[in-house]
Design a binder for this molecule. Structure first.
Ligand code: NAP
Length: 289
Protein backbone atom coordinates (compact mmCIF):
# COMPACT_ATOMS: atom_id res chain seq x y z
CA UNK A 1 0.00 0.00 0.00
CA UNK A 2 1.30 3.45 -0.90
CA UNK A 3 2.40 5.72 1.93
CA UNK A 4 0.32 8.63 3.18
CA UNK A 5 1.84 11.79 1.71
CA UNK A 6 2.53 14.39 4.39
CA UNK A 7 1.39 17.56 2.64
CA UNK A 8 3.67 20.34 3.90
CA UNK A 9 1.90 22.97 1.81
CA UNK A 10 -1.43 22.25 3.45
CA UNK A 11 -0.03 22.19 7.00
CA UNK A 12 1.87 25.41 6.28
CA UNK A 13 -1.42 27.00 5.17
CA UNK A 14 -3.01 25.99 8.49
CA UNK A 15 -0.10 27.53 10.41
CA UNK A 16 -0.43 30.75 8.39
CA UNK A 17 -4.16 30.92 9.24
CA UNK A 18 -3.33 30.63 12.95
CA UNK A 19 -0.62 33.30 12.62
CA UNK A 20 -3.03 35.73 10.96
CA UNK A 21 -5.05 35.82 14.21
CA UNK A 22 -1.94 36.60 16.29
CA UNK A 23 -0.79 39.24 13.79
CA UNK A 24 -4.28 40.79 14.05
CA UNK A 25 -3.93 40.94 17.86
CA UNK A 26 -0.55 42.67 17.53
CA UNK A 27 -2.00 45.19 15.09
CA UNK A 28 -4.66 46.16 17.66
CA UNK A 29 -1.70 47.40 19.74
CA UNK A 30 -0.32 49.26 16.72
CA UNK A 31 2.42 46.66 16.10
CA UNK A 32 3.28 45.15 12.70
CA UNK A 33 5.92 42.38 12.82
CA UNK A 34 8.96 43.10 10.67
CA UNK A 35 11.47 40.55 9.35
CA UNK A 36 14.84 41.76 8.04
CA UNK A 37 16.78 39.44 5.72
CA UNK A 38 20.43 40.16 4.98
CA UNK A 39 21.69 38.58 1.78
CA UNK A 40 25.38 38.70 0.95
CA UNK A 41 26.36 37.94 -2.64
CA UNK A 42 24.56 36.50 -5.65
CA UNK A 43 23.95 32.83 -4.86
CA UNK A 44 20.93 32.02 -7.12
CA UNK A 45 19.37 29.49 -4.70
CA UNK A 46 19.59 32.07 -1.87
CA UNK A 47 17.67 34.57 -3.98
CA UNK A 48 14.96 31.95 -4.61
CA UNK A 49 14.66 31.23 -0.86
CA UNK A 50 14.61 34.91 0.08
CA UNK A 51 11.90 35.53 -2.54
CA UNK A 52 9.76 32.77 -0.97
CA UNK A 53 10.23 34.34 2.48
CA UNK A 54 9.21 37.77 1.16
CA UNK A 55 6.07 36.33 -0.45
CA UNK A 56 5.11 34.60 2.81
CA UNK A 57 5.54 37.90 4.69
CA UNK A 58 3.33 39.65 2.13
CA UNK A 59 0.58 36.98 2.50
CA UNK A 60 0.53 37.46 6.26
CA UNK A 61 0.93 41.23 6.56
CA UNK A 62 4.44 40.95 8.02
CA UNK A 63 6.70 43.80 6.92
CA UNK A 64 9.80 42.50 5.15
CA UNK A 65 13.02 44.38 4.84
CA UNK A 66 15.79 43.14 2.60
CA UNK A 67 19.38 44.27 2.83
CA UNK A 68 21.54 43.29 -0.16
CA UNK A 69 25.28 43.31 0.40
CA UNK A 70 27.79 42.92 -2.44
CA UNK A 71 29.68 39.59 -2.63
CA UNK A 72 33.03 41.35 -2.24
CA UNK A 73 31.93 43.43 0.77
CA UNK A 74 34.12 43.53 3.87
CA UNK A 75 33.16 41.34 6.83
CA UNK A 76 32.78 44.60 8.80
CA UNK A 77 29.89 45.71 6.58
CA UNK A 78 27.91 42.57 7.46
CA UNK A 79 28.71 43.08 11.15
CA UNK A 80 27.60 46.73 11.14
CA UNK A 81 24.40 45.82 9.22
CA UNK A 82 23.44 43.18 11.81
CA UNK A 83 24.22 45.61 14.67
CA UNK A 84 22.08 48.31 13.07
CA UNK A 85 19.14 45.90 12.66
CA UNK A 86 19.56 44.70 16.26
CA UNK A 87 19.22 48.27 17.48
CA UNK A 88 16.27 49.17 15.23
CA UNK A 89 13.10 48.89 17.37
CA UNK A 90 11.00 48.61 14.20
CA UNK A 91 12.71 45.32 13.26
CA UNK A 92 11.59 42.21 15.14
CA UNK A 93 13.41 39.42 13.32
CA UNK A 94 16.86 39.33 11.73
CA UNK A 95 18.39 36.59 9.64
CA UNK A 96 21.49 36.38 7.50
CA UNK A 97 20.85 34.14 4.51
CA UNK A 98 23.20 31.18 4.17
CA UNK A 99 25.62 30.54 2.48
CA UNK A 100 27.90 33.50 3.08
CA UNK A 101 30.80 34.09 0.68
CA UNK A 102 33.83 31.96 1.54
CA UNK A 103 35.95 33.50 4.24
CA UNK A 104 32.96 34.83 6.21
CA UNK A 105 32.28 32.81 9.32
CA UNK A 106 28.56 32.03 9.58
CA UNK A 107 28.64 31.08 13.25
CA UNK A 108 30.24 34.33 14.41
CA UNK A 109 27.80 36.38 12.30
CA UNK A 110 24.85 34.41 13.71
CA UNK A 111 26.06 35.03 17.24
CA UNK A 112 25.97 38.79 16.60
CA UNK A 113 22.20 38.69 16.10
CA UNK A 114 20.26 39.73 19.20
CA UNK A 115 18.92 36.35 20.51
CA UNK A 116 15.41 37.80 20.84
CA UNK A 117 15.47 38.69 17.11
CA UNK A 118 17.17 35.43 16.04
CA UNK A 119 14.28 34.04 13.98
CA UNK A 120 16.44 31.30 12.43
CA UNK A 121 17.02 29.99 15.97
CA UNK A 122 20.74 29.42 15.34
CA UNK A 123 22.19 31.74 18.00
CA UNK A 124 24.19 29.85 20.65
CA UNK A 125 21.77 31.08 23.33
CA UNK A 126 18.70 29.73 21.50
CA UNK A 127 20.38 26.41 20.59
CA UNK A 128 21.62 26.19 24.20
CA UNK A 129 18.05 26.51 25.52
CA UNK A 130 17.07 23.62 23.29
CA UNK A 131 19.87 21.50 24.79
CA UNK A 132 18.49 22.43 28.24
CA UNK A 133 15.11 21.02 27.18
CA UNK A 134 13.41 24.43 26.84
CA UNK A 135 11.47 24.47 23.57
CA UNK A 136 9.46 27.62 24.31
CA UNK A 137 11.83 30.00 22.51
CA UNK A 138 12.97 30.52 18.93
CA UNK A 139 13.65 27.05 17.49
CA UNK A 140 15.48 26.30 14.22
CA UNK A 141 12.81 26.46 11.54
CA UNK A 142 13.38 23.24 9.56
CA UNK A 143 13.51 20.82 12.53
CA UNK A 144 10.62 22.67 14.20
CA UNK A 145 8.66 22.33 10.94
CA UNK A 146 9.34 18.59 10.87
CA UNK A 147 8.03 18.32 14.43
CA UNK A 148 4.82 20.15 13.46
CA UNK A 149 4.41 17.78 10.53
CA UNK A 150 4.80 14.73 12.81
CA UNK A 151 2.36 16.20 15.36
CA UNK A 152 -0.17 16.85 12.61
CA UNK A 153 0.17 13.21 11.49
CA UNK A 154 -0.61 12.26 15.13
CA UNK A 155 2.40 10.01 15.24
CA UNK A 156 3.13 8.71 18.72
CA UNK A 157 6.93 8.55 18.93
CA UNK A 158 7.21 7.47 22.57
CA UNK A 159 9.82 4.72 22.78
CA UNK A 160 10.02 4.53 18.98
CA UNK A 161 13.33 4.33 17.13
CA UNK A 162 14.24 7.37 15.08
CA UNK A 163 17.27 7.72 12.82
CA UNK A 164 18.29 11.25 11.86
CA UNK A 165 20.72 11.19 8.95
CA UNK A 166 22.84 14.34 9.15
CA UNK A 167 24.30 16.17 12.15
CA UNK A 168 24.41 19.78 10.97
CA UNK A 169 23.99 22.70 13.35
CA UNK A 170 20.90 23.87 11.44
CA UNK A 171 19.03 20.61 10.75
CA UNK A 172 20.31 17.23 11.96
CA UNK A 173 21.55 18.09 15.45
CA UNK A 174 18.57 20.23 16.59
CA UNK A 175 16.23 17.69 14.93
CA UNK A 176 17.72 14.93 17.06
CA UNK A 177 17.29 17.00 20.24
CA UNK A 178 13.67 17.79 19.40
CA UNK A 179 12.84 14.13 18.78
CA UNK A 180 14.54 13.06 22.03
CA UNK A 181 12.94 15.80 24.19
CA UNK A 182 10.69 14.82 27.09
CA UNK A 183 7.12 14.44 25.86
CA UNK A 184 8.19 13.30 22.39
CA UNK A 185 10.42 10.56 23.80
CA UNK A 186 11.83 8.94 20.67
CA UNK A 187 15.05 6.96 20.97
CA UNK A 188 17.30 8.77 18.52
CA UNK A 189 20.31 7.63 16.54
CA UNK A 190 22.29 10.39 14.80
CA UNK A 191 23.90 9.13 11.60
CA UNK A 192 26.51 10.96 9.48
CA UNK A 193 29.10 10.40 6.80
CA UNK A 194 31.20 8.14 9.06
CA UNK A 195 28.29 5.93 10.14
CA UNK A 196 28.71 2.24 9.34
CA UNK A 197 25.81 -0.06 8.43
CA UNK A 198 23.50 2.80 7.55
CA UNK A 199 21.02 0.53 5.73
CA UNK A 200 20.70 -1.77 8.78
CA UNK A 201 20.20 1.20 11.13
CA UNK A 202 17.48 2.59 8.91
CA UNK A 203 15.71 -0.76 8.48
CA UNK A 204 15.28 -0.86 12.27
CA UNK A 205 13.78 2.62 12.46
CA UNK A 206 10.15 3.65 12.91
CA UNK A 207 11.08 7.14 11.74
CA UNK A 208 13.81 8.25 9.34
CA UNK A 209 14.63 11.95 8.91
CA UNK A 210 16.99 12.37 5.96
CA UNK A 211 18.97 15.66 5.97
CA UNK A 212 22.02 14.89 3.87
CA UNK A 213 21.89 16.59 0.47
CA UNK A 214 22.39 13.41 -1.57
CA UNK A 215 19.74 12.73 -4.26
CA UNK A 216 17.70 9.53 -3.80
CA UNK A 217 20.15 8.10 -1.25
CA UNK A 218 17.49 6.42 0.93
CA UNK A 219 16.11 3.56 -1.11
CA UNK A 220 13.09 1.32 -0.50
CA UNK A 221 15.35 -1.51 0.74
CA UNK A 222 16.46 0.71 3.65
CA UNK A 223 12.93 1.33 4.93
CA UNK A 224 10.93 -0.85 7.31
CA UNK A 225 7.41 -1.37 5.94
CA UNK A 226 5.09 1.19 7.50
CA UNK A 227 7.87 3.48 8.79
CA UNK A 228 7.55 7.27 8.55
CA UNK A 229 10.13 8.94 6.31
CA UNK A 230 10.77 12.69 6.36
CA UNK A 231 12.78 13.99 3.42
CA UNK A 232 14.56 17.24 4.31
CA UNK A 233 17.02 17.09 1.42
CA UNK A 234 16.75 19.55 -1.45
CA UNK A 235 18.96 18.64 -4.40
CA UNK A 236 19.19 20.29 -7.79
CA UNK A 237 19.80 17.66 -10.45
CA UNK A 238 20.78 18.90 -13.92
CA UNK A 239 18.43 18.02 -16.80
CA UNK A 240 17.42 19.31 -20.24
CA UNK A 241 14.44 21.34 -19.00
CA UNK A 242 14.13 25.10 -19.47
CA UNK A 243 15.38 25.66 -15.92
CA UNK A 244 18.27 23.30 -16.49
CA UNK A 245 17.57 21.28 -13.33
CA UNK A 246 14.87 19.58 -11.30
CA UNK A 247 14.50 19.36 -7.53
CA UNK A 248 14.62 16.06 -5.70
CA UNK A 249 15.06 14.97 -2.11
CA UNK A 250 17.36 12.49 -0.36
CA UNK A 251 14.66 9.80 -0.52
CA UNK A 252 14.14 7.63 -3.59
CA UNK A 253 10.57 7.81 -5.01
CA UNK A 254 10.22 3.99 -4.58
CA UNK A 255 10.07 4.52 -0.80
CA UNK A 256 6.46 5.60 -1.35
CA UNK A 257 5.56 1.91 -1.85
CA UNK A 258 7.07 0.79 1.47
CA UNK A 259 6.74 3.65 3.98
CA UNK A 260 3.62 4.31 6.04
CA UNK A 261 4.01 8.08 5.59
CA UNK A 262 6.37 10.16 3.49
CA UNK A 263 7.00 13.88 3.04
CA UNK A 264 7.46 14.82 -0.62
CA UNK A 265 10.07 17.08 -2.24
CA UNK A 266 8.98 19.64 -3.25
CA UNK A 267 5.91 20.39 -1.12
CA UNK A 268 6.97 18.76 2.15
CA UNK A 269 9.50 20.19 4.59
CA UNK A 270 10.26 23.28 2.44
CA UNK A 271 6.91 25.05 2.99
CA UNK A 272 7.02 24.02 6.67
CA UNK A 273 10.39 25.76 7.08
CA UNK A 274 8.98 29.02 5.72
CA UNK A 275 5.86 28.71 7.91
CA UNK A 276 8.04 28.21 11.00
CA UNK A 277 10.11 31.26 10.05
CA UNK A 278 6.90 33.29 9.95
CA UNK A 279 5.89 31.73 13.27
CA UNK A 280 9.26 32.68 14.84
CA UNK A 281 8.88 36.24 13.52
CA UNK A 282 5.47 36.56 15.16
CA UNK A 283 6.76 34.92 18.37
CA UNK A 284 9.78 37.28 18.45
CA UNK A 285 7.46 40.28 18.00
CA UNK A 286 5.21 39.07 20.83
CA UNK A 287 8.24 38.57 23.11
CA UNK A 288 9.51 42.09 22.32
CA UNK A 289 6.16 43.70 23.19
P1 NAP B 1 25.10 19.85 5.69
O1 NAP B 1 25.47 20.89 6.68
O2 NAP B 1 25.91 19.67 4.47
O3 NAP B 1 25.04 18.46 6.48
C1 NAP B 1 24.87 17.26 5.80
C2 NAP B 1 24.99 16.12 6.77
O4 NAP B 1 24.87 14.91 6.04
C3 NAP B 1 26.35 16.07 7.49
O5 NAP B 1 26.16 15.82 8.86
C4 NAP B 1 27.07 14.91 6.81
O6 NAP B 1 27.91 14.17 7.66
C5 NAP B 1 25.91 14.02 6.42
N1 NAP B 1 26.27 13.16 5.32
C6 NAP B 1 26.91 13.49 4.17
N2 NAP B 1 27.07 12.40 3.38
C7 NAP B 1 26.55 11.37 4.06
C8 NAP B 1 26.42 9.99 3.79
N3 NAP B 1 26.87 9.44 2.67
N4 NAP B 1 25.83 9.21 4.72
C9 NAP B 1 25.36 9.75 5.86
N5 NAP B 1 25.44 11.05 6.18
C10 NAP B 1 26.04 11.84 5.28
O7 NAP B 1 23.61 20.05 5.18
P2 NAP B 1 22.32 20.68 5.91
O8 NAP B 1 22.42 22.14 5.90
O9 NAP B 1 22.06 19.96 7.17
O10 NAP B 1 21.20 20.27 4.84
C11 NAP B 1 20.95 18.93 4.49
C12 NAP B 1 19.98 18.87 3.32
O11 NAP B 1 18.77 19.48 3.71
C13 NAP B 1 20.44 19.66 2.09
O12 NAP B 1 19.96 19.01 0.93
C14 NAP B 1 19.73 20.99 2.24
O13 NAP B 1 19.52 21.63 1.00
C15 NAP B 1 18.43 20.54 2.83
N6 NAP B 1 17.74 21.56 3.61
C16 NAP B 1 16.42 21.71 3.34
C17 NAP B 1 15.68 22.64 4.05
C18 NAP B 1 14.23 22.77 3.76
O14 NAP B 1 13.62 23.73 4.18
N7 NAP B 1 13.62 21.83 3.06
C19 NAP B 1 16.29 23.42 5.03
C20 NAP B 1 17.64 23.22 5.31
C21 NAP B 1 18.35 22.27 4.60
P3 NAP B 1 29.27 14.79 8.30
O15 NAP B 1 28.81 15.63 9.44
O16 NAP B 1 30.02 13.60 8.72
O17 NAP B 1 29.92 15.58 7.20
Amino acid sequence: MAAIVLDGKEIAREIEEELKGRIGDLSKDGVTPCLAVVIVGNDPASHVYVGAKERACARLGIRSLRVDIAPDAEYGEVVSTVRRLNEDPGVNGVLVQSPLPSGMDEISITDLIDPIKDVDGFHAQNLGRLVQGDVSGLLPCTPAGVMRMLERAELDLRGKRAVVIGRSRIVGMPQSLLLAQRGVDATVTIAHSRTADMADLCRDADLIVAAVGSPNMITAEWVKPGATVIDVGVNRVADNSEKGYYLTGDVHPDVLDVAGALSPVPGGVGPMTIAMLMSNTVRATEMQH
